[in-house]
Ligand binder design. Structure first.
Ligand code: HEC
Length: 167
C-alpha cells in the first residue's frame, strides 16, 4: 500500500513537469527566426517592461500575419472592429488615430488587459475615435504569442499616414 501511494504522488508531480517541458520545447521550435534587433522573443518580457521596450517580433512576418488574421475572426475582433478593421460598433484599427498611442507595447497591453486595466496602469485616452467605449481584455483567452500575431495582422492592414509608423 505504502509503495503504491508513493508511486502515485511521484508520477503526479513528474508528469505535468515533463508535459510542461515538452510544451516549452515545442513552443520554442515554433518561434520563427526573429530579426536581430528584436530584444526578446514573444511573451518573454513582463507586460510592463520599462520604457516601451516591448517590440512585436512578428511585424511584417507573412506567416504570423496569416495566423493573426485567423485569430482576428476566431476571437471576434471583427465583431467590434469590422472584418477589415475599418471600425463599426467600435473604433477603426487601420487609421492613424490611436486612442492610447500607437506603440507595440501599448497595443499589446490594451489587447491583453483591456481598457479598464490599461487606464489603471496610468494610460489615458490621448486620441479620440468615433466611438468611446472600453475594449474588453483578451489575456485570459489568448496567449502572448497570439496577441503579437493578431497585432501583426492589425499592422498589416494599416491605412494611415506611413510617416507616422513607429513600430
Ligand atoms: C466588444 C468589442 C471589442 C472587441 C471584441 C475587440 N475590441 Fe478592440 N477595441 C474596442 C474598443 C471599444 C476600443 C477603444 C478602447 C478605448 O477607447 O478605451 C478598442 C481598441 C482597440 C485597438 C486600438 C484602436 C485605436 O484606435 O487606438 C486595437 C488595436 C484593438 N482594439 C484590437 C483588438 C483586437 C486585436 C481584438 C481581438 C483580439 C479586439 N480589439 C476585440 C472594442 C473591442
Amino acid at each position: 500500500m505504502k509503495r503504491g501511494k508513493r508511486t502515485t504522488s511521484w508520477t503526479r508531480y513528474l508528469l505535468p513537469g515533463l508535459a510542461g517541458l515538452w510544451l516549452t520545447a515545442a513552443g520554442a521550435q515554433q518561434q520563427p527566426a526573429a530579426p536581430l534587433s528584436t530584444p526578446a522573443p514573444a511573451g518573454q518580457q513582463p507586460a510592463s517592461a520599462a520604457g516601451g521596450a516591448m517590440k512585436n517580433p512578428y511585424t511584417g512576418n507573412q506567416q504570423a500575419i496569416a495566423e493573426g488574421r485567423k485569430l482576428w475572426f476566431s476571437r471576434s475582433c471583427n465583431g467590434c472592429h469590422g472584418g477589415m478593421g475599418g471600425g463599426g460598433m467600435c473604433p477603426p484599427v487601420i487609421n492613424d488615430t490611436w486612442v492610447y498611442g500607437s506603440e507595440d507595447k501599448t497595443l499589446f497591453e490594451l489587447i491583453k488587459y483591456g481598457s479598464v486595466e490599461l487606464q489603471k496602469k496610468g494610460f489615458t485616452r490621448i486620441g479620440r475615435e468615433n466611438v468611446v467605449a472600453p475594449m474588453p481584455p483578451f489575456g485570459t483567452v489568448m496567449s502572448d504569442d497570439e496577441i503579437w500575431k493578431v497585432l501583426a495582422f492589425v499592422r498589416s492592414i494599416y491605412h494611415g499616414d506611413p510617416k507616422l509608423i513607429n513600430w
